[in-house]
Structures are given as structure tokens and as C-alpha cells.
Design a binder for this molecule. Structure first.
Ligand SMILES: NC(=[NH2+])NCCC[C@H](N)C(=O)O
Ligand SMILES: [Mn+2]
Ligand SMILES: [Mn+2]
Length: 314
């Protein structure tokens, strides 16, 4: 592997804050809350140091500390208070690091942790931040449209203000609709498709990846949200965007995903903009699959993060 630390247009320090978001309350399977520890064991922090960063590794937070005695559903949505309280804490952790001029990488946890991660970054970088969402799923349900009731399917609508709910009253929805772009979609619920259409949100499905190739798709995606490459980018990467043959240990796998290289290319191309200030890597579940599958998924999680922070091949 070769370095790395490029000139970033927004961040002055050479430090990446590694922030575990060991939370599983946004969906039903436990295990995602152990992913961050597995990436650490695999050496993610020393790998980032190896490409030239200093790393500030945050302690793991015990998500049970935020679990209320009672947490009635909102419509179908399960664990709303737990999700909200955990994310409020995460948001403050992220905001403190961004304020200090550091890059952040939040390692989930399920994708509901994007609520806190995005609120934290946008509280510092303001309302012109771009959100690049790499996922098989758009995660744009409202609390009253989710059928599964899993809030990991809702973080986008909360971050954009399409969903507003007093339980999440602390969330300031600063991401503008025209600053969000999706890549990798292939499992979209009908009500999510409606929300995407109504709000004219830009989305590149796997069909687009087939049609144009990943290089063109990423270029079109960035041209849409960040035409002059002068706005800060938050990258939210759900490993289920990748094909399940690449990252099998995840809770909601969908076949027909990004290849190993396509996923890494997305990260590399975003690194090249010098605009990336923060990233989420979510939905690795080391309790799923056999040992080889778990190991491979953790390894790929690490390499996606390194690529996003500028590891180059030559
Ligand atoms: N972050 C994820 N893996 N989300 C999967 C969501 C799946 C489905 N759309 C749901 O709402 O339940
Ligand atoms: Mn997903
Ligand atoms: Mn997701």
C-alpha cells in the first residue's frame, strides 16, 4: 500500500478520529455492534497510520447505557428513543472532532448511526455539505412508512428533514435534497421510491452502474452534488452495497451488488476530490456467515476505509 495524506480542502489536521458506533438497535440482529472491534483487531488504526495519518481512537461506547426502560414504537418504528439517545451522543463526539479540524470515521453499528454522524459533521460544516450514500438500500423511509420498523431504514429522511419527529427533536436536518446522491441501489421499497421521486433525489442504481460503468457513474454523481468540487463531502458506506460474494457478513444482503473494485473505486474517486471530511462504514455483522466470510467482510471494510482516505495503488 502506498500513501495517502493528500491536501484536503477543508480539514487542516492530519488526524483521523476513529469513532466506534457499536449500536444494533436500528435493526433486529445483534452482531453489528461488534464490527468496530473487529476492524480494530484487523488493524484499521495502524493501517491508517501506515498511509500517513495520526489516528485518535475513541473508546467503544456501550449502547445499552442509552437504552430506556420503555421505548414504545412510533407507528411501526422500533426502539425510537434508544436510537435517538445513542445518536445524540454520537453526534456530539463527531462534532467535537470536526470542530478540532480532524477527519472522522464512524464505524457501525447499523446504518441508523448515520443520523448522529451526519448531524455531528453538518453542525460544523453547515448546510452545503454533500452526502454520498453507497448502499443497496436508500434508507429513506419515514417513521410511518417503514414496514420492517427498523430505523436503520430511516436515517436519510431524518437527516434531510423529510421526516421530523419530536423524539428526534435534537436532529437539525441540514442536508439539502440536491446535495444527496445514491450509488448502488437495488432494493428499494415502493414507498421509498415515491419519496425519492417526489423529492427529485439523484440516485444511481446498479442498472446505471451496468449501463455507464462505475467511473462515469461516480463522475455524474459528484457533478450533481459537488459540481465544482468545492463542498465538503460526507460518505456513508453500507457494506451491503457490495455484492454479497464480496461482503457476505451483513444483515440485509442483496445480490447483484458492486464488485470489489467498483466499491473501492467509489472510495478512491471520492478521495481524489480532496473534499472528504467524514465517513461511515456500517452494517458489517461479524456474527453472520462462516469464519472466512466474516474475516473477508472485516478485511474489505478496512480497505474501503483506507481507499476513502487516499490509499492509492501506485
Ligand atoms: N441499512 C440497511 N441495511 N437498511 C436496510 C433496509 C431494508 C428495508 N428497506 C427496510 O426498511 O427494512
Ligand atoms: Mn443497505
Ligand atoms: Mn444502509
Amino acid at each position: 500500500m502506498y500513501s495517502a495524506v493528500s491536501d484536503n480542502k477543508f480539514v487542516k489536521s492530519n488526524t483521523i478520529a476513529y469513532i466506534p458506533a457499536s449500536f444494533h438497535g436500528g435493526q433486529g440482529k445483534s452482531g453489528v455492534d461488534f464490527a468496530s472491534k473487529e476492524l480494530v483487531k484487523k488493524g484499521i488504526c495502524s493501517q491508517l497510520e501506515g498511509i500517513g495519518y495520526s489516528v485518535r481512537q475513541h473508546e467503544d461506547t456501550d449502547c445499552n447505557e442509552f437504552k430506556p426502560a420503555e421505548d414504545p414504537q412510533i407507528f411501526n418504528a422500533k426502539n425510537p428513543i434508544w436510537v435517538s439517545e445513542f445518536n445524540k451522543h454520537l453526534s456530539e463526539q463527531v462534532a467535537t472532532e470536526c470542530r478540532a479540524g480532524n477527519r472522522t470515521v464512524v464505524v457501525g453499528g447499523d446504518h441508523s448511526v448515520a443520523i448522529g454522524s451526519i448531524n455531528g459533521t453538518t453542525s460544523v460544516y453547515g448546510d452545503d455539505m454533500c452526502l454520498v450514500w453507497i448502499d443497496a438500500h436508500p434508507d429513506i423511509h419515514k417513521l410511518d412508512t417503514t414496514e420492517s420498523g427498523n430505523i436503520h431504514g430511516c436515517p436519510v429522511s431524518l437527516s434531510l428533514g423529510i421526516e421530523k419527529n419530536s423524539t428526534f427533536g435534537w436532529v437539525v436536518p441540514r442536508i439539502k435534497k440536491e446535495r444527496l446522491v445514491y450509488i448502488g441501489l437495488r432494493d428499494v421499497d415502493p414507498k421509498e421510491a415515491m419519496i425519492i421521486r417526489e423529492n427529485k433525489i439523484k440516485a444511481f442504481s446498479m442498472t446505471d452502474v451496468d449501463r455507464y460503468g462505475i467511473g462515469k457513474v461516480v463522475e455524474m454523481a459528484l457533478d450533481h452534488v459537488n459540481p465544482n468540487r468545492d463542498l465538503p463531502i460526507h460518505l456513508s458506506f453500507d457494506v451491503d452495497a457490495m455484492d454479497p460474494t464480496v461482503t457476505p457478513a451483513t444483515g440485509t444482503p442483496v445480490r447483484g451488488g458492486l464488485t470489489f473494485r467498483e466499491g473501492h473505486y467509489v472510495c478512491e474517486a471520492i478521495a481524489e476530490t480532496n473534499c472528504l471530511v467524514s465517513m461511515d462504514l456500517v452494517e458489517v455483522n461479524p456474527f453472520l456467515g462462516n469464519e472466512a466470510e466474516r474475516d473477508q467482510t472485516v478485511t474489505v471494510g478496512c480497505s474501503l476505509i483506507r481507499s476513502a482516505f487516499g490509499e492509492t495503488l501506485l
